[in-house]
Design a protein around this ligand. Structure first.
Ligand code: PLP
Length: 476
């Protein structure tokens, strides 16, 4: 493709992109295809000769689009959002065009220097104490892995890196029963072993119990197991639980254990000062992550990872072969040493575009709206006689279930599961489930850029109508 053709197609694509965003509401939110349906439309072997872009684009629209779940749909209320915005997409177009590898300062000084600067903007925006240094990781899972590895290396005085874990005592990672599965995955990858992931009990509000944490650390120390890392959650995935950071931090300090704070979703809400109580005690933590790619209008992937001691992180990851040496040495930051991959995309650009384009005030307004609409809906659910609010809103997430009279818990579980499937098969909204104290419940979370109050209210009308319809049909 020559550049003149590229220009023509790019204009066509941008027209399509704008129209898509204008009309995304008309699509079913969750793809309505069956397993294998899209694969059946794709040839089994690659073409020998190149094909015209018109044809490729036509196939994209006809064969690929039906298999897309529309995460930017205003009635997407499932999982946690992965929102985006026009300025973010515009920046991604530039990043893709430059296609720079930003692993060393030298391989794109602007990318490195902007990453440092924009992550410090973000640090100020969310009220993280000074002295935290930021780096963009691909995902919160990647940041958690970095934290566990750093904790492992500090706990073994860097013997894990040098000698391998066979030369070290068994290590343990501590986290709550509510914490996202990425902690367990990180512990597996870090060679700590799932058996040594201590799932600490939670209190009535699903927050990690500091007394249980301290007891678990003590028991391990007595048994010759070395505590490597505690992962606390601010806004855990199931119901949005918030762990008591200060109490956990004090335990970590007393026992010299690395503390990582996972705020993948809830971290964006910290741009509103009224939510900063959640990070009281943050000065006691060693690292922190949140995902602007979840709730801050910056398309995936973009995880903001902050560490108090970059040297510990760098020492965990640094390898310096001859071909990566540069004459700037310690005068500059080479982010390749701050995580697992060597190659890095220019991800700071989209954050820079988003923050400059909206400004902090507009971003705060979005978060506050999402929370207000969620609270309004939770109140309506609570007031409905045949619905039950299971967990009250944590920011923009609550859980509920349909509870018509006369059914036991097992029947209610089955009915609510059928309700989720019926709603998602209908396609007008998208919801997902979790378990709370063993019961099947429905999560509702607002986080999309294009969601308005009316979409939330439309969802509530549809949930009631579908639930009561299912129950009436079952009663017949
Ligand atoms: N932590 C929490 C609380 C999450 O909700 C999620 C994902 O939803 C993750 C971590 C993992 O995020 P990522 O997809 O960026 O690895």
């Amino acid at each position: 493709m020559d550049i003149a053709e590229f220009r023509r197609h790019a204009h066509d694509f941008v027209d399509w992109m704008a129209e898509y965003l204008e009309t995304v509401e008309q699509y079913p939110v969750r793809a309505q295809t069956k397993p294998g349906e899209i694969a059946a439309k794709l040839p089994d072997a690659p073409p020998e000769a190149g094909e015209a872009m018109e044809r490729i684009f036509a196939d994209f629209k006809a064969d690929v689009m039906p298999g897309i779940t529309h995460w930017q749909h205003p009635r997407f209320f499932a999982y946690f959002s992965a929102n985006s915005s026009p300025p973010s997409v515009l920046a991604e177009m530039l990043t893709a065009t430059l296609a720079a590898q930003c692993m060393l300062w030298q391989t794109s000084p602007a990318a490195t220097e902007m990453e440092t600067k924009v992550l410090d903007w973000l640090r100020q925006m969310i009220g993280l104490p000074e002295g935290f240094h930021g780096v963009i990781q691909d995902t919160a899972s990647g940041a958690i892995l970095c934290a566990i590895l750093t904790g492992r290396e500090k706990a073994t005085a860097w013997q894990g890196n040098e000698e391998g874990l066979a030369a070290c005592p068994p290590l343990a990672v501590y986290t709550s029963e509510e914490t996202h599965s990425s902690t367990e995955k990180g512990a597996k990858i870090a060679g700590i072993g799932r058996k040594y992931v201590r799932k600490i009990a939670t209190d009535d509000d699903f927050a990690l119990r500091p007394d249980a944490l301290e007891a678990a650390i003590r028991a391990d120390l007595e048994a010759g197991v070395k505590p490597a890392c505690v992962v606390a959650s601010i806004g855990a995935t199931g119901i949005g639980a918030v762990d008591p950071l200060r109490a956990i931090g004090e335990i970590c300090q007393r026992n010299d254990v690395f503390l990582h704070v996972d705020a993948a979703w809830a971290g964006s809400a910290l741009i509103c000062p009224e939510h900063r109580w959640m990070i009281d005690g943050m000065e006691l933590a060693d690292s922190f992550v949140f995902n602007p790619h979840k709730w801050l209008l910056t398309n995936f992937d973009c995880s903001a990872h902050y560490v108090r001691d970059p040297d510990a992180l760098i020492r965990t990851f640094s390898i310096l072969p001859e071909y990566l040496k540069s004459r700037e040495g310690a005068d500059v930051i080479d982010y390749r040493d701050w995580g697992v991959p060597l190659g890095r995309r220019f991800r700071a650009l989209k954050l820079w575009f988003v923050i400059r384009s909206y400004g902090v005030a507009r971003l705060q307004e979005m978060i506050r709206n999402h929370i207000a609409w969620t609270e309004e809906l939770a109140g309506q659910v609570e007031a409905a006689p045949d619905f039950e609010l299971i967990t009250a809103p944590k920011l923009s997430l609550f859980t509920f279930r349909y509870r018509p009279a006369g059914l036991d818990d097992a029947a209610l579980d089955a009915l609510n599961e059928r309700l989720v499937h019926a709603l998602n098969d209908d396609g007008r909204i998208y919801l997902t489930q979790t378990k709370v104290r063993g019961r099947y419940v429905i999560r509702f979370t607002v986080g999309q850029a294009y969601t308005e109050r009316r979409h939330v209210q439309e969802a509530w009308a549809l949930i009631q109508e579908t639930a009561r319809g299912l129950q009436a049909a079952a009663a017949e």
